[in-house]
Design a protein around this ligand. Sequence first.
Ligand code: IMO
Ligand code: MG
Length: 422
Amino acid sequence: MSKAQVVLGTFYGDEGKGKIIDYLSKDADIAVRCTGGSNAGHSIEVDGKKFAFHLIPSGIFNKGTLAIIGNGVVVDPKVLIEEMNELEENGISTENLYISEKAHIVFPYHCEMDKLLEENRGNNKIGTTARGIGPAYCDKFERCGIRAEDLISDNFEGLLTVNLNNKNKIFEMYGHPTVDLKQTLADYKKYAEILKPHITDTITLLHKALESDKKILCEGAQASLLDIDFGSYPFVTSSNPSIGGFCTGSGISAKDIGEVYGVLKAYSSRVGSGPYVTEQNNEIGDRIRELGHEYGVTTKRPRRCGWLDLVALKYVVRLNGITGLAINHVDTIGKLDKFKLCVAYNHNGEITTDFSTNVNFLNNCTAVYEDFDGNFGDISKCKTRAELPENAKKYLARIEEFVGVPIKFIGTGAGREAMIVE
Ligand code: IMO
Ligand code: MG
């Protein structure tokens, strides 16, 4: 039996998971998304054309690779169909796209609820993507969610009517615009027609694939510090983008997971609210943002930027059983003369390397840094680590030494090919 490979984000998302996924999916038989929904944003460049995707696994770009949207994903069919159309228009077949019958469906009332809840939070906003993610997972766990198999069943109209009317009562209470039942019903019946051929039992499909030694790549969305359990709650997303979510979101057992690649950047970034110990809310952060083009794919928001945090990374390595790291934007950090790396926290005068996601703890920590020299020059042509300048090698070695995991992928430039694989 083969083992599934996992690619996951280690910080707050946007680590450039797509680049590693793109590389690994070249010889994957199946690429599967397990958690989150259209809050994710990955941009992929294929034959000079840029695609900004939210739901479809990037594996779809390889002819012959099956792309699966697993049961743990919350699917906005409108977004999904838009992505499918974009692919088809560019000559990429979506015949190999499968959606788990158990995946929950996102409706307009989820997006409206997402907005309403954010409004009601006043100064304590999470800064969600307004894609209805939290409310869709709420319905799932409240056990009133509508799954893909319901969308294509005769029960659909009844289920939708009850759910939508219940949500509208809440909207009315807050004076928030309600959602029209007739329109929603008509739209989703159309979506159901289009998606029906793709909706199937992906769990058995994956089990059989493992048994016949097929290569499975699990494509992470979001990242560990946005995890509902292991992130800085409540400033998190509503799923488990850490290792457990790959099992519950696909049906692949823990025993069947092999390599776990954790993706990070040579610096760090965060979108939305929440603590961020190494944030540089100053001209350094602005510089990193410009150098790294740190603006959101999904919401276009400027990302908060700062230094790499090894205290957090060590926690994330332990949490996920990470076997190898992939570090992007080494070229970007190397454009600075000097930069910093966080190796401990000062918590009210006490030095610690133990991370905690407690928001109060994090808000009372300042970073303890080591200094590094930049000026790496153009490293985009380097094919091995040995070819990198000494300053870059020193930085990478320090990261590996601290977290005790080897770096297996080194991003050296913006292009697809600008990567060292060890
Ligand atoms: P990718 O896959 C960065 C953040 C939002 C917000 C919090 C909750 O591109 O790395 P949600 O809409 O999920 O309820 O918002 O999570 N967030 C992301 N930040 N990249 C993502 O995905 C994100 N998905 C959610 O900004 O702070
Ligand atoms: Mg993103």
